[in-house]
Design a protein around this ligand. Structure first.
Ligand code: ADP
Ligand code: MG
Length: 211
């Protein structure tokens, strides 16, 4: 994995989060406390602003620095979770370099595992993990089938869409919406929406071949 790709992805992610402001904001207002968009904007803006500092670094160091920075910038429940994602990815990229889809999928899976451990959450709890876990599984399976990046990305996008949609009829058992019981039913989870948006942004870059 090249640091230049991580940085292009961070710019694309920032633009995509900003483009989806109203939906992300209103979802967290409906069943959270309304700050998720602000948290995501602050975090993605900060990473985008680290461009020149990160460019000379090896990919694993860049990912780790992003994680450390996000710990102190995103805030809320999601800050430490996204931070642990990047730190988990960094560990695997340090070992395998992330030179092919299978290696990148392994790093992504380690990031998702870190989120699960940090947040003590799993699939079906109406969180970002309802997008990230199926995306990770799909990524690993389609990479193992030696599909090309465009094929892998279209499978990943479908997994992100259905994962997001799956949160609509769930009761939340983690995060702020957990206190709402059945009143959370009918609403998508804001963190799941941000993750779907970010997954799309990175996939679109990969499809264009800028990796
Ligand atoms: P806060 O909940 O502190 O206001 P944010 O609004 O930034 O923080 O983030 C809320 C999102 O974080 C939720 O929509 C959900 O996707 C995610 N989330 C909350 N708790 C957890 C957890 N334990 N594990 C995974 N994701 C979580
Ligand atoms: Mg919130």
């Amino acid at each position: 994995m090249k640091t230049a790709f991580i940085l292009s992805a961070s710019l694309a992610i920032h633009a995509a989060i900003v483009a989806n402001e109203s939906e992300i904001e209103s979802l967290d207002r409906a069943i959270g406390d309304g700050d998720h968009y602000i948290n995501m904007k602050r975090g993605t803006e900060t990473v985008a602003g680290m461009y020149n500092e990160l460019l000379p670094l090896p990919a694993d160091e860049a990912l780790n620095k992003i994680g450390i920075k996000l710990l102190s910038t995103i805030g809320g429940a999601s800050g430490p979770l996204f931070a642990s994602f990047f730190m988990g990815m960094a560990k695997v990229i340090k070992q395998n370099d992330g030179n092919n889809p299978l290696e990148i999928a392994a790093a992504f899976a380690a990031g998702v595992q870190n989120i699960m451990q940090r947040g003590k959450a799993d699939l079906g709890e109406k969180t970002m993990l309802d997008v990230l876990i199926p995306v990770s599984t799909t990524f690993t399976l389609s990479a193992a089938e030696s599909k090309n990046m465009a094929e892998i990305c279209s499978a990943i996008k479908l997994a992100a869409d259905s994962g997001l949609e799956s949160t609509r009829n769930l009761i939340a058992t983690k995060g702020r919406a957990a206190g709402l019981g059945e009143r959370a039913i009918g609403h998508l989870d804001a963190g799941a929406k941000s993750c779907q948006v970010m997954v799309y942004a990175v996939c679109d870059l990969l499809i264009k071949g800028k990796n």
